[in-house]
Ligand binder design. Structure first.
Ligand SMILES: Nc1c(N[C@@H]2O[C@H](COP(=O)(O)O)[C@@H](O)[C@H]2O)[nH]c(=O)[nH]c1=O
Length: 146
């Protein structure tokens, strides 16, 4: 299985939620140990919880050292005041995060990636970028506006 295979699975988790997540984009997340999926999830209807929260809850302790595939840069701040997904991933001890595309929202906008890297997590971005942007086209056209 390749990065593209797992990202395709994450995108397919996010697809049914498009249009149901309010102001939030619909995001998919898959956590893998070796080649085995140990957790997965998508943004809940209404926009919360986030995809990573579901996937981490399912993976539990097995997430340590795992690879995470997520269709959007993990958030670095929450409007609800809870833990950001970047901090949750760091706390879980994952080894690598593969991201389809950056989050233009001011609650992430490069800060999520920078925080993961500062914590020693390997980050790869741009895997199926165009597909991820097309999936949440309304969200991206709203935030990418100058
Ligand atoms: N839906 C979604 C994200 N959405 C992003 O999270 C931020 C808003 O957080 P909040 O208002 O607290 O729900 C904002 O940057 C938005 O683009 N992020 C993720 O890591 N995973 C998810 O599943």
């Amino acid at each position: 299985m390749t990065d593209v295979d797992f990202m395709r699975r994450a995108l397919s988790l996010a697809a049914p939620g498009v249009g149901q997540t309010g102001d939030n984009p619909s995001v998919g997340c898959v956590i893998v140990a070796g080649d085995v999926v140990i957790g997965e999830g998508a943004t809940a209807a209404g926009g919360r919880p986030h995809a990573e929260e579901f996937a981490l809850a399912q993976a539990g302790e097995r997430a340590r050292g795992g690879d995470v595939y997520v269709t959007l840069e993990p958030c670095a701040r929450r409007s609800t005041g809870g833990m950001s997904c970047a901090d949750l991933l760091i706390g879980a001890g994952v080894a690598r995060v593969v991201i389809a595309t950056g989050d233009p929202h001011p609650f992430a906008a490069g800060v999520g990636v920078a925080r993961l890297r500062a914590a020693g997590i390997a980050v790869t971005s741009g895997v199926m970028d165009a597909e991820a942007r097309a999936l949440n086209a309304a969200f991206f056209s709203r935030w990418d506006r100058p």
